[in-house]
Design a binder for this molecule. Structure first.
Ligand code: FAD
Length: 300
């Protein structure tokens, strides 16, 4: 709707308090306690989770070390609670934009602690200047630690080769459409092209027997892949469905869970919520209208 797009366009001019109101549904809160409470609630309703500390590109190695320490603290704190032992992290928050070796060292330090506490670590994928560097970090650390995975974006032309290479090593992938703006020469721009490639990549993983996280809210993709899993008798321990906290497809996710599929919710939290929220709102401006409607309801 035009009004919702207008609201999203005006976001940079809005007070942060107002933007926070729009974004509340996508974020578990500012503190670890908020995130654990959200994960515990989801666990009680049958959903697995992965925790993400909000924060993106940093500009000094001190900031990268602070992100690393925040993740180590998160693992140590969460390990005392009956919630999923699973985290997701962004390499640029750990120094990838400054120096790949710095990012590797920081991510290795996190995974070392994660491994000691029985956690799985997912390395998120960011924009294309980081794709090869991120895969290099994954490939290096995968030789040292079994419980890690990375992300492949279906909009990139290179992803077919990347998926085949990772499937051949029995690696662990989350496959998503991809959220960054990428150029024509490296990425599909049309919705159907991305969808078709998405199906191709997930099916490649499922057929290979390597583990895949099917991360999408696109009901057509979820329906098609659920049918494929059924037809091919893919065992449940080889895949999971994944969704972002707050995306309004709860009923479909509940049906997946009731059908016996693992469903994992990506739960971001932390003080740096602004960039993440802006991306989510740009992705679906209708959420702005949804929030305003609820806002006026509360005011009545
Ligand atoms: C668990 C998970 C992890 C991810 N990790 C990464 C990553 O590491 N790197 C990366 O580049 N991208 C990541 N993404 C984002 C992904 O690339 C897509 O941008 C995003 O999921 C939207 O694509 P879609 O497949 O849901 O399809 P779309 O066609 O975009 O959406 C399908 C339907 O869901 C609705 N929808 C989608 N997003 C929202 C939203 N935020 N709020 C409300 N409705 C929405 C749409 O309006 C549409 O109706 C991740 C997504 C998920 C689910």
């Amino acid at each position: 709707m035009f009004v919702n797009r207008l609201i999203v366009g005006l976001m940079p001019l809005m007070p942060r308090g107002i933007v926070k109101l729009f974004s509340k549904r996508y974020i578990a809160g500012d503190r670890i306690e908020d995130a654990i409470a959200t994960c515990a609630h989801l666990k009680n309703t049958g959903f697995e989770t992965t925790l993400d500390i909000l924060g993106e590109a940093i500009s000094t190695s001190t900031e990268a070390a602070a992100s690393r320490d925040a993740y180590i603290n998160l693992i140590q704190t969460v390990s005392h609670h009956p919630v999923s032992k699973n985290i997701s992290l962004k390499p640029t928050a750990l120094g990838l934009g400054l120096d790949p070796q710095l990012a590797l060292d920081n991510i290795r330090a996190i995974i070392q602690v994660a491994d000691e506490h029985g956690f799985f670590v997912r390395i998120d994928m960011e924009d294309s200047p980081y794709t090869t560097k991120t895969l290099n970090i994954y490939n290096t650390l995968r030789q040292e630690f079994p419980r890690i995975g990375v992300v492949i974006q279906a909009y990139l032309h290179r992803s077919d080769a990347d998926v085949k290479a990772i499937a051949a090593t029995n690696g662990n992938l989350r496959i998503c459409k991809g959220i960054y703006k990428e150029a024509h020469d490296i990425a599909f721009q049309d919705k159907d092209g991305v969808r078709e490639n998405y199906l191709h990549l997930v099916k490649t993983m499922l057929k290979s027997g390597a583990y895949v996280g099917i991360a999408t809210h696109d009901i057509y993709l979820i329906d098609t892949l659920e049918a494929f899993i059924h037809d091919q008798a893919i065992p449940p321990e080889k895949y999971e469905f994944q969704a972002l906290l707050g995306v309004p497809i709860e009923a479909r996710l509940a049906r997946l869970r009731e059908a016996g599929h693992t469903v994992r919710i990506y739960v971001p939290f932390g003080e740096q919520w602004y960039a993440y929220s802006s991306r989510r709102l740009r992705e679906n401006p209708d959420v702005a209208g949804y929030v305003i409607k609820n806002w006026f309801k509360f005011g009545q």
